[in-house]
Ligand binder design. Structure first.
Ligand SMILES: [Ca+2]
Ligand SMILES: [Ca+2]
Ligand SMILES: [Ca+2]
Length: 318
């Protein structure tokens, strides 16, 4: 005869054990053998001791299971008795996981996008929601459902280093979350333009090329930059601040004589390498690791006004 067993409860993924006690009323008591008549998958009973053991799987909770066990006397005519009771398995919420997010280095004026990859082992499946922790930079967001992160970085955002944290949260009653931090380094992009080209000065030598930096926040060192068509290389100490102009004169003395009140700094002298018909002037900057990049370019003819070509607003050519 089994001693009664009350309602049992256990959390999924947690070891459960219960020592069943059965007494044989015979004298002397005979050996009993315990067997499991029915019960959830994985539940085991020790035939000699009656110890029930089980670790419910993720899929087995939450649920309730009926268990039927039998104790049988030894011998060919052994009598037996059965016991029925229930085990309630409760859900245990596991924290979701979030794949590591790499660090990024991006240029201003570009859009950074990637997709957060998250998982949650709980069953029944849970809904996961993405978010950004703390104060994200303006324009940065993550789609709560898809995990797609997007940051449109402004054309004139300037250089910055940003530490962001992506988080994913499950929808359990007591939600759990995971988060990953990543660094976004924004590099400023030189957008200095050839603003004005004056190639027919009344006073010989006063011809000039004017540069303008339209950035509101980034100063550029023009060290080693050069102007093609004029054989001019900017000296090491040259900088061009935000919203600032810089003049390169064919002959600095002649330029300052013709324009004594020039508000912009004046560099020189350059050697005119353009043909009588005009030509192309390029502002080039050296690249780390060799080579040059064209920052601004103007092609023009001297015989008639224009045509000149340049991205952005047209320069004045005269
Ligand atoms: Ca979960
Ligand atoms: Ca679970
Ligand atoms: Ca479960």
């Amino acid at each position: 005869m089994f001693e009664p067993v009350s309602l049992q409860s256990v959390e999924e993924l947690t070891p459960f054990s219960l020592a069943l006690v059965a007494r044989d009323p015979d004298t002397p008591p005979q050996t009993l053998t315990f067997t499991l008549v029915s019960g959830p998958g994985g539940l085991q009973i020790h035939p000699a001791t009656g110890l029930l053991t089980w670790t419910p799987t993720e899929a087995q909770g939450p649920n309730s299971y009926n268990v039927v066990v039998r104790a049988t006397e030894a011998g060919p005519a052994g009598r037996s008795s059965t016991l029925t009771f229930s085990i309630v398995v409760s859900e245990r919420n596991e924290a979701p996981t979030l794949a590591a997010v790499p660090d990024f280095t991006v240029a201003e004026g570009t859009t950074l996008t990637f997709t957060g990859v998250a998982a949650d082992t709980d069953l029944p499946p849970q809904r996961l929601t993405f978010s950004l922790e703390g104060a994200a930079p303006p324009g940065a967001s993550v789609d709560p459902d898809t995990g797609v992160f997007t940051w449109r970085i402004g054309d004139d955002a300037g250089a910055s280093t940003n530490l962001l944290t992506l988080r994913v949260t499950d929808d359990a009653l007591e939600p759990k979350s995971a988060s990953r931090s990543f660094r976004v380094t924004v590099l400023a992009q030189p957008r200095i333009v050839l603003n004005e080209i004056h190639y027919r000065a009344a006073a010989g030598g006063a011809e000039f090329v004017e540069l303008y930096n339209p950035s509101t926040n980034t100063a550029w060192s023009l060290s080693g930059w050069r102007l093609t068509g004029t054989a001019f290389t900017f000296p090491a100490s040259t900088t061009l601040g935000p919203d600032a102009y810089l003049v390169v004169a064919r002959n600095r003395t002649a330029f300052l004589a013709a324009y004594p009140s020039s508000p912009a700094p004046v560099l020189g002298n350059y050697i005119d390498q353009l043909s009588a018909d005009g030509g192309t002037i390029e502002l080039r900057r050296p690249l780390t690791g060799g080579g040059e990049a064209i920052v601004s370019q103007v092609a023009f003819r001297t015989r008639a006004p224009g045509p000149w070509r340049r991205t952005g607003p047209a320069p004045r050519c005269s």
